[in-house]
Design a protein around this ligand. Structure first.
Ligand code: ZN
Length: 403
């Protein structure tokens, strides 16, 4: 084993050096071509990079020590167990037949893809070896499961490590249709753009009920999700089962029927299926394992240390949701973030408010502090003050002023 590891490291170093030459000689302005998964990706079980990835999973990001207010001791909530497995392994066509779920990732804001000359031709190990590890820019996430308020259910860890991009793509949040000038399909998950080959990790413990692999080659050509892993979790919410889904993968590292723990490496991030750039599409499904049973993952994955979440509702005078309203978050009078409310109408299979919050918009990963949430309704500026506390959801409702 040890000799094999050393040999693997030598191979990786050699590939890295060769890869650096390729990068130096590649055209940085070359068109980035999406990887079309027409053939099954060959994964040799003895490849050293796989061993190294699995070792990396065991030496993952340490859980941060978090100071609680008022000297309270942190008590992790006890998650209710899933009474019985509810889903058999998913038949192939259930996923392959789904409508498109993702559209272009803006190259200007997404993490740049690898040069095209390598992205489409070099072996995966070469691409992994030549990918520099970015400098960590994200705070650590709070430990899961997290529920400092009984209404919260931050039970899932992020599928991406903090030294990569593990923030949600802010112009294509859950329930929205993306940029106003060129709407995308209504989003049933959240996206985290990263380089191909980035490790994707299980958000919670459970059973892998689906994983594209060489034994299920039909999914190599799934028109929507591309290569995908689905985990049925071994805890439930209000008696309802929970699943997480990871899509557009380069390759899974698990197989259906395998048990995983939170943080286990389950896949390599990719750009397969209906995808405009390398990223992981992450869904949380509640009650039923269907495209129409998602909830906003930003209310289920733990915020960063020293950050919290705003869940809000934009409604009309009758109290009904207003779709696609633009909401701005101000800090000290300066716009800090903007989002739009969920688009429920015309979405085919619906997105859903959270059963706890009944929200139609979310601002995620908001630093602790005081803010103003603003929307314009019937030409009138409606503003509400909010205070963000660490690891907690702050709820706000925006409605037209009384006549
Ligand atoms: Zn997505």
């Amino acid at each position: 084993m040890r000799g094999g590891l050393i040999a693997g490291l030598v191979v990786l170093l050699a590939l890295g050096g060769f890869g650096a030459l390729l990068v130096v000689n590649s055209d940085p302005n070359a068109e980035v071509r999406p990887i079309i998964p027409t053939e099954a990706i060959t994964i040799e079980p003895t490849r050293p990079w796989q061993e190294l990835l699995l070792i990396g999973a065991q030496n993952g990001t340490p859980v941060p020590t978090v100071a609680l207010p008022d000297g309270q001791a942190f008590v992790a909530p006890t998650l209710p167990p899933l009474q019985a497995a509810t889903s058999a392994l998913i038949p192939a066509n259930d996923i392959a037949a789904l409508p498109p779920i993702d559209f272009p990732i803006d190259g200007a804001t997404a993490t740049p893809a690898l040069p095209a000359s390598n992205a489409t031709t070099a072996p995966l190990a070469t691409r992994l070896a030549q990918t520099p590890r970015p400098i960590p820019t994200n705070p650590p996430s709070l430990p899961v499961p997290l529920a400092r308020d009984p209404r919260d259910h931050y039970w899932f860890a992020r599928p991406i490590d903090p030294d990569r991009n593990n923030r949600t793509l802010n112009y294509y949040e859950y329930g929205t249709d993306g940029p106003a000038d060129s709407p995308y399909p209504i989003h049933h998950g959240i996206d985290m753009p990263n380089e191909i080959g980035t490790t994707v990790r299980a958000a919670g413990s459970g059973l892998v009920i689906f994983a594209t692999s060489q034994t299920t080659p039909i999914f190599q050509n799934s028109p929507s999700y591309g290569n995908v892993v689905v985990i049925e979790h071994d805890f439930s919410y209000q008696g309802l089962p929970l699943w997480t889904l990871y899509a557009h993968l380069e390759a899974p590292l698990v197989v259906a029927g395998e048990r995983v723990e939170a943080g286990d490496a389950i896949a390599l991030l990719g750009n397969t299926g209906q995808s405009g750039g390398p990223h992981v599409h992450f869904e949380v499904r509640l009650g039923q394992n269907t495209y129409g049973s998602t909830v906003n993952p930003s209310l289920w994955i733990a915020p960063f240390v020293n950050h919290g979440t705003i869940a809000g509702r934009v409604v009309d005078a009758r109290g009904d949701f207003i779709d696609d309203a633009e909401i701005t978050l101000f800090a000290g009078g300066v716009p800090r973030d903007v989002t739009t409310s969920y688009v429920f109408r015309g979405s085919g299979s619906q997105v859903n408010p959270d059963p706890q919050w009944n929200e139609n918009f979310v601002f995620f990963d908001v630093p602790v502090g005081t803010y103003e949430v603003v929307v314009t309704l019937d030409g009138v500026r409606v503003s509400r003050p909010v205070t963000i506390r660490e690891g907690l959801t702050t709820f706000v409702e925006l409605s037209p002023p009384q006549q």
